[in-house]
Write a protein that binds this ligand. Sequence first.
Ligand SMILES: *Cc1c(COP(=O)(O)O)cnc(C)c1O
Length: 220
Amino acid sequence: MYKQILEQLQPTQTKLVAVSKTKPVEAIQRLYDQGQRIFGESKAQELTPKYEELPKDIEWHMIGHLQRNKVKYIAPYISLIHSVDSPRLLKEVNKQARKEDRVIDCLLQFHIADEESKYGFNWDTAVDLLEGESYAQMEHIRIVGVMGMATFTENTNQVRREFQELHRIFKKLKSDYFAGEERFKELSMGMSGDYQIALEEGSTMVRIGTLLFGEREYGD
Ligand SMILES: *Cc1c(COP(=O)(O)O)cnc(C)c1O
């Protein structure tokens, strides 16, 4: 399955984030041995021991909701945080990155799904952030794109519309706030069940777990 997915991502050079949450280090090592270097996890307390045990050239991505009091554990090594879902979290990432003398790449997570969710930006809250004084002073984070999750539904038209909406948000942010900034280029969307639609709608990063590692025993 791994090679097949890579082939599908090849024409558009879309990056594969192998979502290894709940999976043991042995399973991660096996995919690493096949060449995979980007892995995604959704809990800081699960990620840090994996980081310590596994090869140091792995690029670790945080993809799940991140509590502010957990940022300090991942700040020393995290490559990309997909799930920045509030200004307060971004501020904390900036603070912890400063302590580590790093600049941490982040994506703004947008709430595009139908489902009720406490997490994620919408256009207005993102504008408030980007035009605010606090953001102007954050020198230890870089916003490099956006992330979103479509509704969990069989209705592929709806999923497609939601991805299209995220793509529109991405383009508008790019032109309004990141014009000419090469680094703002990531559109993280697509999971095991919907990554093919996401590819058609312009995804630059897909986050795939189940198709690579099998079903997870416990949730999230
Ligand atoms: C778990 C998770 C994924 C991967 O889901 P699969 O359906 O197993 O591919 C992708 N993105 C986020 C944010 C996740 O929490």
